[in-house]
Write a protein that binds this ligand. Sequence first.
Ligand SMILES: [Zn+2]
Length: 487
Amino acid sequence: MKYIPVIGLEIHIELKTDSKMFCSCKNDPLEKRPNFNICPVCTAQPGSLPVINKEAVRKTIKTGLALNCSVPAKSKFDRKNYFYPDLPKGYQISQYDMPFCSKGYLEIDGKRISITRVHLEEDTGRLIHDNKSSLVDFNRAGMPLMEMVTEPHLSSGKEAKRFAEELRLILRYLKVSDADMEKGQMRVEVNISLSKDRKLGTKVEIKNLNSFKSVERSVDYEIKRQTELLEKGEKIIQETRGWDEKKEETVSQREKEEAHDYRYFPEPDLPTIHLDQKFINTIKAEIPELPQQKRDRLVYEYGIGEKPVEIFVANKDLGEYFEKAMSELRNWVKEIEIKEKVSPEEFSKLTNLTVNYIITDFWSLFGKASIIELEEKVKPENFAELMTIIYKGLISSKMAKEVLGYMFKTGVDPSHIIKDKGLVQMSDSGEIEKVIKEVISKNPKAVEDYKKGKENALQFLAGQVMAATKGRAKPDSVQELLKKLLK
Ligand SMILES: [Zn+2]
């Protein structure tokens, strides 16, 4: 009988705020000097008192609302007591039974994954170990950390990965965190058990996952490992496992003795938080168009395929540029429609042409400049003009690449570049014929081969013609004329 994997996620997210969670120290994850951004509050000096960072609360609620959670009117912070050298107070301020957000969901490829809660807490410091000693850096201590917990509704490594990817996109759209997994700004923990009846089996936790790939692979590995054990009639041990990137396997870190008793109790140094509906509504109003809404709209509005839609959703700047270029194209269509009708099929061709240029040639420019520089050089209006020039067949796609390169270098519009560089496609067949005749007389062997039936000899000759015209001849008319003249 087959075992069903039951998977839940716990995801910690470092929030992007100016200051730390309960003090005015700078929240700078990039600070390299150890113990630089610290004060009596985040190092737990006697007598120091915490003050709640309102921005962190706003960002947590914003995330919860974007994940379809409800936000209760009352919330509080609690002390989670445990000892560890990176935790100066001997407890972490977290939220226990009254989180800011609860009971939400996120849809992944049409499947609804329930979210149990989203709460706010503080991060710990960092321990640095070398051969002789262990050092502690409190720069990270007290940074605002948001935690999101899902119900165990996921059933494969791929689903877990997709969930984490979609969540990262949402966090970035909301601008609440950069959520870079490699930098530890988003840390995923997986709970996984196998059962035959969807009831929870013995739960294994996988920690230290620092990429989407490792989320997927570690889950798939665990499913395989646990299945094999159960089929042999062995028991699964409740434990925490880590992911060994090199060996591509999970390794036991520690067995769970007893459930931890954190002795949670309400944080006496902080007041209960009352959130009025007006405050929640202002946050709600700030939520931008989210990735899924954008996917639906792009398909509806432009009729474009799944692949470009995904590229435009994942690369927000690129998607925004595409929409600006499309709006310019629509203006252009309006102008020519005074004289002639542009059919929906023709406009759809023009749209696809634009999509293709943006996700290939234009996108490759992104590595060389920021979006602001890029937009300044290649204005959407000029890009749209280039598309109409290609569409009308005035220049070849090879020339178009060249023109785009010049546009990027100089910021000049395409028609001026084409005129200055003499890049206009040769439309005079008499002129092309002259070149072809020259090529034929210079390459008697290829001509002979072609006449013997060697098709690639024709391609060779066509290549010679294209080279002689510097790519200005239309490839299909070159082929046609060559065949005619070789008869
Ligand atoms: Zn501080």
